[in-house]
Structures are given as structure tokens and as C-alpha cells.
Design a protein around this ligand. Structure first.
Ligand code: PEP
Ligand code: MN
Length: 355
């Protein structure tokens, strides 16, 4: 994939790239008040949902086409770029006709290849060149996310970014949508040139989590943040618990620690060499352990014993987890390492059995 920068003309290549604005455009007054406060706080891209995919009917489903002229007014009066979500061909046509600068595909849309293809075709039809931002699908399926990105790319859009907004789960605890950071990390490995913007509002689902999640996103070296901001969050018609005022947003952004990406790489060379050596040792030890395991497999075969001996496995698990805790390693981490090692051991012993 050959991607182009998603920074818009006249914008400095800032890190993080910031997009902010209300979950939904609700009234001309709310849109204009929020936009004026945001531009004062140096926000260059204004977001607002015009068509809202709500989980249940009866909620506020967006103001629709009339809201697009409020976004035009934001552009005209503040000089900000404007962004909105599109979910159908018609949304694309209307948004492009109204001069919307940035389009994004929501999490409930990127999950559906038919819908994404319809949007891709409409984008090609209008000649819109991007940026188009693609949110992760609601379910933790990296291939589906990449598939949506490819469909948009194949429509001729080169200015593409991804938005990480977390993944739905039945079991809601701290987060509204689980961050599962390893998934966007793997996305970055697969498409290194793809900028990834983190959406702490939809991951956290509550105001208090915006600051820590934004910091975490910066510590993990993501490119930008998209944050819901409303002039009067308590009165918001959608997602009110997670919206913050432009002033609170500015306060949080000022406290963000942005790590210096160049600095760290050079100074880390020596430590990274140590990690390489340790990994070599780790691999050699694992291979040795598997060889011993194969010998045990051979013994079990000769004595007609079953490969899996649950008692022994439970004993190992319990003992090692206790040892790990003493060494400052997490119990859950140790358990998953041991489970993976055990699975491979069993596979190797079954091979011996079948030889
Ligand atoms: C939104 O950005 O307001 C939105 C609907 O988000 P998501 O698609 O991530 O749920
Ligand atoms: Mn929202």
C-alpha cells in the first residue's frame, strides 16, 4: 500500500494529530459554540456525527442533512477542517457535496464488507480523495479491519488513516470498549505507513478515562487522538458520559507527555542487544525443554502410558506460578506462557507416539 499523508493543506505535521468535536451535531448553536471554543484551543479538525448509528431505536439518530450546513458554517467562520461519519452511499454523496473535508467509517459499518464496498464505490464516484479514516470493526477481527482499509484504498483513496476505538465485549468492566492494544499494534506492523488515531472517548466511555487513555496512546507511539468534546456535555443527546468541554480537553492535552521517538531508539541500542541475547537463550532453553519432553514421550510410548497427565500438569502450573510471583512476574502472564509451552510439549509427544 502506498499511502499519502493525512495532514491537510496548511496543517503542520503535529503529533498527536488532534480531531475534536461533539459526538453528534445537535443544533446550530451547539455546533458553533463548541467549534469556537475548540478553535481557540488550537484544534484544527472538527468532528461531529450527522447520522448516528445508535444501538437501540428511539435514541437520537442524528440531525441528518441540515447539520451539514452547520459544518460548512464552522469551516467558514473558524477555518477548521470538518469531519463526519458516513455509513451509506447517500451519506457520502451528501457529505462530499457539502464540502466535508474528512470522512470516517464507523465501527458498526467497517464490520460489514457490503456496506464498506458501497461507501468505497460512492467515494470513487464522487472523486473524493480523502482523508478517509476507518474505525476498527466492533469485534476484534484484524483481517476485517484490514479488509475495510483495502476496499477504501482500492477505490483510489491514498489518504487513509485508521481509528482505534476499542472492541465490544459482553463483559463490561472498566472500559466501554476493550482497548486490546495488541490488535492496533499488529495493524501497524502489517501496514507500517498507516497512521493510527486513538479514540479514547469510545474506548473509555467515561470522562475520567480520557486523560489516561490519551497518555497511553502517546506512550505506545500512536499518531493522533480523536476526542469527543461538547460545549455542555451533560446535556448532550448522545454519549454524554464521555464528552468533555473544550476547556477540559485543552487542559488534558497540555498535560500530555509526548515521548521523543528519535531520541529513544539510539539510546536503546545497548539494552536492545541485551534483549536479543536473552531471547537467543530463551529459545535455546525452550528447544532443550522440548527435547526432554520428546524423551518423556518416547518413554510413555514404550510403557503404553497416555500423553496427557493432568495431575502432573496442575502440579507444574501451581508451582511455577508461585515461583513466578516471587520473581515479580504476573500470574496471568506465567499461566499463558506455561499453557503455550505445555501445548507444544503435547504436540511433540503426540508426534513421537505416531512415529
Ligand atoms: C462516533 O465516533 O461517534 C461513533 C459512533 O463511534 P463508533 O463508530 O466508534 O462507535
Ligand atoms: Mn460518540
Amino acid at each position: 500500500m502506498t499511502l499519502e499523508s493525512i495532514f491537510l493543506p496548511g496543517m503542520d505535521e503535529q503529533r498527536p494529530l488532534l480531531i475534536a468535536g461533539p459526538c453528534s451535531a445537535e443544533s446550530e448553536e451547539q455546533v458553533m459554540n463548541t467549534a469556537k471554543d475548540l478553535v481557540r484551543n488550537d484544534i484544527k479538525i472538527f468532528r461531529a456525527g450527522i447520522w448516528k448509528p445508535r444501538t437501540k431505536p428511539g435514541g437520537f439518530e442524528g440531525i441528518g442533512v441540515p447539520g451539514l450546513s452547520w459544518l460548512q458554517k464552522v469551516k467558514k467562520e473558524t477555518g477548521m477542517y470538518v469531519a463526519t461519519e458516513v455509513a451509506t452511499r447517500n451519506h457520502v454523496i451528501e457529505a462530499v457535496e457539502h464540502g466535508i473535508d474528512v470522512l470516517w467509517i464507523g465501527a458498526r459499518t467497517s464490520v460489514n464488507p457490503f456496506a464498506v464496498q458501497e461507501i468505497a464505490d460512492a467515494l470513487a464516484e464522487t472523486g473524493f480523495s480523502g482523508p478517509v479514516l476507518i474505525k476498527n470493526p466492533v469485534n476484534p477481527d484484524l483481517e476485517l479491519w484490514i479488509g475495510a482499509i483495502e476496499r477504501i484504498y482500492n477505490a483510489g483513496i491514498k489518504k487513509i488513516g485508521a481509528i482505534h476505538r476499542g472492541f465490544s465485549s459482553y463483559d463490561k468492566k472498566i472500559y466501554r470498549n476493550l482497548p486490546q492494544w495488541h490488535i492496533p499494534i499488529e495493524l501497524k506492523r502489517r501496514i507500517p505507513d498507516l497512521p493510527i488515531i486513538v479514540d479514547p472517548s469510545h474506548i473509555g466511555g467515561k470522562r475520567e478515562l480520557i486523560a489516561p487513555l490519551s497518555q497511553q496512546a502517546m506512550d505506545l507511539n500512536y499518531d493522533g487522538l480523536i476526542i469527543e468534546s461538547h460545549c455542555s456535555p451533560d446535556n448532550a443527546l448522545s454519549d454524554k458520559d464521555q464528552q468533555i468541554t473544550p476547556d477540559v480537553l485543552s487542559y488534558i492535552m497540555n498535560l500530555l507527555v509526548i515521548r521523543d521517538t528519535k531520541q529513544t531508539t539510539e539510546n536503546l541500542t545497548e539494552l536492545r542487544q541485551q534483549i536479543d541475547l536473552l531471547d537467543d537463550e530463551l529459545l535455546a532453553i525452550l528447544a532443550k525443554r522440548m527435547r526432554v519432553s520428546q524423551e518423556i514421550g518416547q518413554y510413555k510410548k514404550e510403557h503404553n502410558m497416555p500423553v496427557l497427565q493432568t495431575m502432573r500438569y496442575d502440579e507444574i502450573l501451581e508451582k511455577r506460578i508461585a515461583q513466578a510471583k516471587e520473581l515479580g512476574l504476573g500470574a496471568a502472564f506465567m499461566k499463558s506462557v506455561l499453557e503455550a509451552v505445555h501445548e507444544e510439549s503435547i504436540r511433540q509427544q503426540i508426534n513421537v507416539l505416531n512415529q
